[in-house]
Design a protein around this ligand. Structure first.
Ligand SMILES: Nc1ncnc2c1ncn2[C@@H]1O[C@H](COP(=O)(O)OP(=O)(O)O)[C@@H](O)[C@H]1O
Ligand SMILES: [Mg+2]
Length: 257
C-alpha cells in the first residue's frame, strides 16, 4: 500500500501527559476502505491514539492527514464534519429518549451543521437515516425502548449508531466487544464487519481478543509504550518475535489484558 493512497495518514505523532510519553513519534497509514486493528498491552497508548485523531486531545507534534489535509488543532466538531467518527459511550446521555429518537436527534444535529454550510444540499431526513442505521445494526427490534433500558450489548450498538448518524468516512471503535461474553462478541464483530463493507468505511478498531483480531482485521498495528512495535497482516503479526515477547506471549498463556 503506497502511503500516498492512504485516506488517513499519521506522521510523527507525539503526546505527553505530564512526564508520561503516551504517544511517541507514531507514523501509520490507513488506506481508504481498509479494516485495521490496533492492539497492544494496557497503557500502550491505543486510546490516546484515538483521542488524538478525534481531536479530544491535541498532539504535541506531528500531523494527522485526512485526504491530505492536516486536522491537528481542528475542533472536535470540525473533525466530525470532515468525516472522522468515533463510538463514544454516549447512549447513556439520552436516558429519556428511545433508540429511534436518540438516533434521529444525532442526525438532526448533523443536518443543522450541514445546512449552515451547504443549504442547497439537505441531507435525507434524519428519521429515514435512523431507520437505515437501526436495520443495519439489528436495533429495529428495540427502536421504541428507552436508551437507559438497553442491554449492555445494545447500548454499544447504539453508541456505534449515533456515530454513524454523523456519516463518517473513518470510524474509530475502541474495544467494541468489551464486557461481552464470547458469543455476543462474535455477533458484535460480525455487525462491525458488515457495516465496514456496506458503508465503505475506513474502520480502525482496538481489540484485546486476539481470535477476533486475527480473523477479522486486514492489517494489524501493534503499539507498545506509545510507539509502533510492528505492523502487518495477521499472519505476520502472529509470528513476529517482538510482538510475541511484548504482548502475545501473555495472552497465549491465558492472561486477559
Ligand atoms: N488524559 C490523560 N491524562 C494523563 N495521562 C493519560 C491520559 N490519557 C492517557 N494517559 C496515559 O497515557 C498512557 C496510555 O494510555 P492509554 O492511551 O489509555 O492506553 P491504552 O488505551 O493502550 O490502554 C498511560 O500511561 C495513561 O496513564
Ligand atoms: Mg484504552
Amino acid at each position: 500500500m503506497a502511503a500516498s493512497d492512504a485516506l488517513l495518514r499519521i506522521e510523527g505523532l507525539s503526546k505527553s501527559f505530564g512526564g508520561v510519553a503516551a504517544m511517541r513519534d507514531v507514523s501509520l497509514a490507513f488506506p481508504a476502505r481498509s479494516l485495521s486493528a490496533v492492539i497492544g498491552p494496557n497503557g500502550a497508548g491505543k486510546t490516546t491514539f484515538f483521542n488524538l485523531i478525534s481531536g479530544r486531545f491535541k498532539a504535541d507534534t506531528g500531523r494527522i492527514l485526512l485526504d491530505g489535509a492536516d486536522i491537528v488543532g481542528a475542533s472536535r466538531q470540525e473533525i466530525v464534519r470532515r468525516g472522522i467518527g468515533r463510538a463514544f459511550q454516549v447512549a447513556s446521555l439520552f436516558p429519556t429518549l428511545t433508540v429511534a429518537q436518540a438516533l434521529a436527534a444525532s442526525g438532526h444535529a448533523r443536518q443543522r451543521s450541514e445546512t449552515r454550510k451547504l443549504s442547497q444540499f439537505p441531507s435525507p431526513p434524519a428519521t429515514e437515516a435512523a431507520r437505515e442505521v437501526m436495520a443495519q445494526l439489528n436495533l429495529t427490534r428495540v427502536a421504541d425502548v428507552l436508551s437507559s433500558n438497553l442491554s449492555h450489548g445494545d447500548q454499544k450498538l447504539l453508541d456505534i449508531g449515533l456515530a454513524l448518524m454523523l456519516q463518517p468516512r473513518v470510524l474509530l471503535l475502541d474495544e467494541p466487544t468489551a464486557g461481552m461474553g464470547p458469543e455476543e462478541r462474535w455477533q458484535m464483530i460480525e455487525t462491525v464487519q458488515r457495516l465496514w463493507r456496506e458503508r465503505d468505511l475506513t474502520l480502525i478498531f482496538i481489540e484485546h481478543d486476539m481470535d477476533i483480531v486475527f480473523k477479522v482485521a486486514e492489517t494489524v498495528r501493534v503499539l507498545s509504550y506509545g510507539a509502533v512495535l510492528a505492523e502487518g497482516t495477521p499472519d505476520e503479526i502472529r509470528r513476529n518475535p517482538a510482538v510475541i515477547e511484548a504482548y502475545l506471549g501473555k495472552s497465549a498463556q491465558g492472561a486477559t489484558a
